[in-house]
Design a protein around this ligand. Structure first.
Ligand code: CA
Length: 649
């Protein structure tokens, strides 16, 4: 008896010793658990949710030019924990008021008995965020991070919903990567895209346990943007930009002044897709980088380029679009590429003056270039240079320009992230809002930069013009965005076209053909979140589109107070609800061949409530009617393939 108990005691001691290395950080509701450890000197973490393993033991750490902080480390037994309880307001994201409650744990790793770095973990209801704080080593007050070993190991059988990172310096005028490679849905692990990993955010389905969305936020001029590299054994690691980006200029490895912090890597997870559609983590863990110089307005507008292309960037067409925006009650017009040569600055000033009489402001397009690609569209050589940029912005302010749209960025190197930040910061001095195009994912920028408007960073509406294949896959792609790209940042899709054909006069048989319905077009105006929107509508739609479609596009808000995931599966269908003030908009689309029949539960509305319903018949002809909620707060919806449904209350 005595022997047995001492054996138990010995086993307890061994287990106790191993366990002493493990530190647990639990979400405020106790359901999400992060375990931090040092496994034979290598820092690791794992994630459990509701007792199920979502991320297996995954690597942490980095290799720098002042030390290898991926091995030979000891986890300090002392962990500092604190509760985070903050509220903030942000009109240009999916939710206008956010109450962020999290537990924060700071885990210090020592090398040769001296502090190497801390891992700071934040755990809220369905989100984990972590970043590193790197300490000076001897007299070294700066370092180059050559590699991050940070990774994510998924359980066997996990499937992926990813977009490959494109090769750099290829494609149109060597402007890639422009983050517009098509997604693969429900694909197996063990691949690495086209050899260059994957673009954030990255969605994973962990068998029957649930869903995980991985991304990053808080990326500014003090680091580079990252991607995800696929490896064997369910492992994905943080990858830095490719050397070829930016025409090879600038370093791929970021530099840090010490002590210095890296951006946050975010992991959003849950048993359903609701936490992913509804997450605010990209904004929860960042802070504004500067104060707004004025109160910025999030507006709707029109743009000729999406239907009329380069030839439409002429004075008369832009004047017509100002009138069109005014007719729609929209406050802006986006004047796209080549206005510098096809309209000229004096005439642009005239257009701005004319627009002002109709309460329509101008957004002007600029090339970001620069020395990193061959995109010939002007104006060039302004947005890459502080002196030229500020002079131009002073001119814009003098004629009342509302914003800019800057295109063709060179990649994710620290030097390029600095360019994004510098453009935003300078623009704020002149009261100018900024849309990025041909650009990277915004990483918390809605909160960090108060004059930030939106980013493309997706295979957007222009591709519907460029080719029929994009039109054929339009609904499939749209059924991915609320769960992936648009879940973490404003998405400038520039869509909701009501033309049947992508050509200047909506002439049948010319250009690519839209195969989605008009109700679908309206539904995406709700599904795709961006505080500033320029819709692909054309003046001819005032007479050739259904009256109910035009009046909905006049009314639809671009800012939202709340979002609720209702139903859906990435790439197949999606139904979600957004609230603006007291009004709820429930939008659904279907990418499957067969009609979708759903019993939609809307717990935020009262039983018996009467709702306006926009629906499609099996020939994709839309109509408007009214419908009533039953006693169980449910409504039956039928959405044909490539069709949509909208409920408004
Ligand atoms: Ca593009």
């Amino acid at each position: 008896m005595k022997k047995i108990s001492s054996l138990f005691f010995a086993i307890f001691l061994i287990i106790g010793f191993v366990k002493a290395e493990d530190k647990k950080l639990v979400s405020p509701d106790g359901i999400l658990v992060v375990t931090v450890s040092a496994n034979n000197g290598a820092p690791t973490y794992s994630i459990n949710y509701n007792g199920k393993l979502f991320l297996k033991e995954s690597p942490l750490g980095m290799k720098t030019n002042i030390g290898d902080f991926s091995q030979g480390l000891i986890l300090n037994g002392k962990v500092s924990e604190q509760k985070i309880d903050e509220t903030y307001e942000l009109p240009n994201i999916k939710q206008s008021k956010v109450h962020y409650v999290a537990n924060e744990g700071v885990y210090s790793f020592l090398k040769d008995n001296k502090p190497a770095f801390d891992v700071i973990f934040r755990v809220s209801k369905n989100d984990v965020a972590f970043r590193y704080k790197v300490y000076p080593q001897k007299d070294r007050l700066s370092c180059i991070v050559n590699e991050e070993t940070s990774g994510f190991v998924f359980p066997e059988g996990t499937t992926t919903f990813l977009t490959a990172q494109s090769k750099a310096m290829v494609g149109f005028a060597r402007t890639m990567p422009s983050y517009e490679i098509p997604y693969k849905a429900d694909a197996p692990m063990g691949e690495n895209g086209q050899g260059n990993g994957y673009t954030f955010p990255c969605l994973f389905k962990v068998n029957d346990s649930g869903w995980v969305l991985i991304s990053e936020t808080g990326v500014d001029s003090r680091y580079c943007g990252s991607r995800l590299i696929g490896r064997a054994g369910g492992l994905y690691t943080i990858g830095f930009p490719m050397e070829e980006e930016n025409n090879g200029n600038g370093t791929a490895a970021p530099g840090l002044a010490l002590p210095g912090e890296t951006p946050w890597r975010t992991i959003t997870l849950g048993e359903t897709l609701a936490p992913i559609v509804e997450t605010t983590v990209p904004f929860d863990v960042v802070k504004p980088r500067y104060e707004a110089s004025q109160k910025y307005k999030y507006t709707k507008g029109s743009w000729s380029w999406i239907i009329k292309m380069d030839g439409g960037t002429v004075y008369d067409v832009q004047k017509q679009y100002i009138d069109f925006s005014a007719d729609m009650g929209y406050e802006t017009v986006l004047v796209d590429a080549l206005w510098d040569t096809q309209i000229g600055r004096e005439k642009i000033a005239e257009l701005a003056k004319y627009g002002a009489t109709k309460n329509v402001g101008l957004y002007l397009w600029y090339n970001s270039n620069g020395y990193w690609n061959d995109a010939p569209q002007g104006p060039r050589g302004i947005m890459d240079n502080t002196i030229a940029r500020r002079k131009e912005m002073a001119w814009m302010k003098s004629i009342g320009v509302r914003g800019i749209k800057v295109d063709f960025f060179g990649g994710d190197k620290q030097v390029t992230i600095k360019q994004y930040e510098d453009i935003l910061y300078d623009a704020n001095d002149f009261g100018i809002m900024v849309i990025f195009h041909g650009c990277t994912l915004p990483r918390g920028w809605e909160r960090m930069y108060p004059n930030y408007a939106a980013s493309e960073a997706i295979l957007a509406s222009e591709n519907l013009f460029f080719g029929q294949r994009s039109c054929d896959y339009e609904a499939f792609n749209a059924c991915l965005h609320p769960f992936i790209r648009n879940a973490v940042g404003s998405m400038d899709f520039g869509g909701s076209a009501l033309n049947k054909f992508y050509n200047a006069n909506n002439t049948p048989g010319r250009g690519s053909k839209r195969i989605t319905s008009d109700v679908y077009a309206l539904a995406t105006a709700v599904l795709f979140q961006s505080g500033v929107q320029h819709f692909a509508l054309a003046p001819n739609n005032l007479t050739d589109a259904p009256e109910w479609a035009i009046s909905f596009m006049k009314e639809v808000p671009t800012t939202w107070d709340e979002v609720r995931f209702i139903d859906g599966y990435p790439g197949k269908y999606v139904v979600l609800a957004r609230r603006h003030g007291e009004k709820w908009y429930v939008a659904g689309i279907n990418a499957q061949k067969e009609p979708l029949e759903l019993n939609v539960k809307l717990p935020m509305l009262q039983a018996g409530a009467e709702l306006k319903l926009y629906s499609d018949d099996d020939q994709l002809n839309g109509k408007v009617s009214t419908t009533k909620m039953n006693k169980k707060q449910e409504i039956e919806l039928t959405i044909p393939g490539n069709g949509g449904a909208l409920l408004v209350k």
